[in-house]
Write a protein of this length. Structure first.
Length: 330
């Protein structure tokens, strides 16, 4: 492959994997790494909306996305859904920490709201929260479960129509999915009022040692794997006060224990050529109405085992979460 410039820092990026299995059969991707900012990215850098529509048609059958389906169901039943989420997954812990000082009724927008449980949890916590997503399937499911506080809209159009509107905007586990993350961050930040904040989370390249290859979802679902250094390049020139969330006080274990040896993640494609979930076992269990039981049994015997090993730096977790604050102009 000819030399490729890193899309963020413009330094040379080298190929570290030529035929990485894609999320949907039979696609494969090249994985590139920048030795300067430690960014990894997939080529071709092309998202596929049909993949997301296929996922949101049956999220319970797709490994990885099934946890979001479970969060949506459990958040609806929880007396305090924000606390439930914050005690379940690192991005939501970071959000609860970031917004702790906001007053009741603060205006919030959750971009890429998916199944809707984050906006619902924020609203139940007393905030004026709305969820925004481009997927009609996702928004329809969120409205059916949680109510009408969701809109189907393009971020860039919404940003142009609602600048300087929100006390807090969340962009959780989204920028790794999009072709143009710099434009997404700028559009999201435009929505924040002076004195407000944009909270971004994404899988953290720095949790894994040098030599690791793409320990995140397969392309084109994830197109980027950011380090803190590469994330700084992502926000260059935006005019924000930047704070990296310190996870030292996060008291639940990471989903994956820390390893000081390089990690290479080559997952079986989640969707077949027709766009259906690849797992025949999951489809059969769902048809029989025993999918939750089957998942629990499989996890008990075959799921990841967390041996309690923590990253040498307790502030670093699998999630990289960053708060971008918009200064109040004089």
């Amino acid at each position: 492959m000819n030399p490729v410039a890193c899309p963020l820092c413009n330094k040379p990026a080298r190929e570290i994997e030529r035929s990485y299995p894609g999320y949907k059969l039979p696609a494969t991707f090249a994985i590139m790494e920048c030795d300067d900012c430690r960014l990894q990215f997939a080529l071709p850098l092309e998202s596929d909306s049909a993949v997301y529509e296929a996922i949101y048609r049956r999220p319970a059958l797709v490994p990885g996305y099934d946890r979001y389906y479970d969060y949506a169901r459990s958040a609806k039943r929880s007396p305090n859904p924000l606390d439930y989420l914050a005690e379940s997954m690192e991005p939501y812990w970071a959000v609860r920490k970031a917004i702790a000082g906001l007053p009741s009724g603060a205006k919030m927008l959750d971009i890429g709201s998916g199944l809707g449980y984050v906006a619902y949890a924020l609203r139940r916590a007393g905030y004026d929260a709305v969820g925004l997503d481009i997927s009609e399937n996702a928004v329809a499911a969120a409205r059916a479960r949680f109510g009408d506080q969701y809109v189907v809209a393009d971020l860039f159009a919404w940003s142009s129509d609602h600048p300087n509107t929100y006390d807090a905007v969340t962009l959780l586990e989204v920028i790794e999915h999009v072709e143009n993350p710099i434009d997404w961050v700028r559009a999201a930040f435009r929505l924040v009022r002076p004195g407000g904040m944009l909270i971004i989370s994404t899988p953290n390249r720095d949790y894994y040692p040098d030599g690791s290859v793409w320990a995140t979802e397969a392309p084109p679902v994830h197109l980027w794997w950011f380090s803190e250094h590469s994330f700084a390049r992502l926000t260059d020139g935006i005019g924000a006060q930047i704070e990296v969330v310190d996870f030292s006080a996060c008291d639940f274990a990471p989903a994956q224990p820390y390893s000081d040896r390089p990690v290479a993640s080559f997952r079986t494609p989640m969707l077949n050529e027709e766009g259906r979930p690849s797992s025949r076992l999951r489809r059969a269990a769902a048809a029989l109405g025993v999918l939750p039981v089957a998942k629990a049994v499989w996890t008990l015997f075959h799921g990841p085992k967390n041996d309690g090993r923590a990253h040498p730096n307790p502030a670093v977790r699998e999630t990289l979460a960053v708060i971008l604050r918009k200064p109040i102009s004089g």
